[in-house]
Ligand binder design. Sequence first.
Ligand code: GTP
Ligand code: MG
Length: 525
Amino acid sequence: MFRQGNTFVDHIMVTVRGGKGGSGAAALTASLRGPSSPSGGNGGPGGSIYLITSPSLTSLATLKKRVIGGQGSSGSGSFKHGRRGEDILITVPVGTIVRETHREGEEERTIREENEMGLDREERRKRRWLRWFITHPSAGGEVSQEEYAEAETLLRKEGRWVPKVPDLDDPDHPPIYLDLDKKLDRPILLATGGLGGLGNPFFTSPRIASRGILPPNQTFEFELKILSDVGLVGFPNSGKSTLLRALTGRKAEVADYEFTTLNPQIGVVRVWEDGKWAGALDLEGGEAVEETWREREDDEIARLLGEELPSMRAKAKPSNLAKVDEASTEVQDTDVSIPRGGGKGQVERIRFTLSDNPGLLPLASQNVGLGHSFLRSIERSPVLVYVLDLTRPDPSSDLNVLKNELEEYKEGLSGRAGIVVLNKADQVDEDEGRKKIDRLKAAAAGEGEDQGVEVIPLSGKYGLGVERLVDTLAKKVEIAREEKVKDAQTQEQAKQAKREQARAERLAAAAAEANRSGSGFGLRR
Ligand SMILES: Nc1nc2c(ncn2[C@@H]2O[C@H](COP(=O)(O)OP(=O)(O)OP(=O)(O)O)[C@@H](O)[C@H]2O)c(=O)[nH]1
Ligand SMILES: [Mg+2]
């Protein structure tokens, strides 16, 4: 379901246009007695463009850059109206934001071009009529200026003379902005198809019918924000993917080089009442989360030899684990084993999603490395976890760099991370580990808003100390969800208050009006 590889797209510009309406017909029905009478049908309207969400999509890769609604078909004789053009449905993942960035009517574009060509008023008028009207093939001779002018007046009266397409800065027609953070129950209209043209019966002159309307071009920016409860933030190679696998069992790409993860990955963590959690990877204590490529290679060789798959076999526990566990007061005894949840009769406490992200580099906020795409995807996770590599010389300065990057990208974002994971604790010896941990704790506890930051040393690879992380995450996610509900309630209350206020004002105004007019009956609800 969650794709790996290069098919992930989280940002794309799409130009959209509703289908053009079909032309009306300028048809005549011959009559034996009198002159022939106009009988042209109207053109069909153009197709519209709709938007729908799909929960199974996780990328914008399927979107086309240009989407045009189907053209309505033309009307024809004997009052036959044209068919409606085909509607187009754009399917996007939940979590997509859609912003209108450009809007231009076809008519405006033509007018602009004509201005550039330096055509005079009269010429432009003639060209416009040719654009707008069709004439009966047997009309014989040119349609007169008067006929055209009259037809134009009629269309204007009907409101069918394409009104000026409003600018994006027109306050009455602000740019479309959609935040699709929930599944849509029904499609949303993004762009309407053009009206069909009118047949000649509508016009005074039987020789004239109007063409269908060509709707404006609209450009939309589509941006996918991955919706996950928890986002992992760290430098490349700090072990984020390893941690995702340990918590969710998801086979995220893990390897000993930087930028292994190019796309955000999401896994589900299910936590039971007794603190155990379910990850499909049933690691025994000290069993390693291995590097994917090697695992695959080994499996491939084993398969060729007809052996048991190495990835299924338990791996040896490294000898220096005991030291680390002592080095950190948080990590329990050496006999730590990854609890496997999901036993029969177990009650699920919480289920949340965790996203692994591409490694962050200094200057990511200026779009260096995988910069912005990464920051965009973490922006929406209410809980963030800094993943630091304890084997690096100074994890506390690494933490500061990470924080600065988040803050540069969006103010206040760095404060969202209430958890600092010190990974690869199995690799450092006791003294070194303790020193780094203490320094980090001091640094993390220092600033006011960072109060309550939890520092958790662990080994994602060997599943040590992970239990405490799961518990902390579960608590933070619970709190974040409660706050979200509260926020929604506050917003709803504010809206309600506003509605009541508006109603009171309306009533007061009506009462004042009634007083003025001296009638007691003017008061209406
Ligand atoms: N010893 C030890 N190695 C670890 C631990 N966690 C991860 N590693 C190793 O560190 C390397 C990088 O791990 P990844 O999980 O791919 O790191 P990442 O942060 O996802 O890296 P990018 O995707 O490149 O940003 C791999 O070789 C892992 O096996 C750990 O707790 N202990
Ligand atoms: Mg990774």
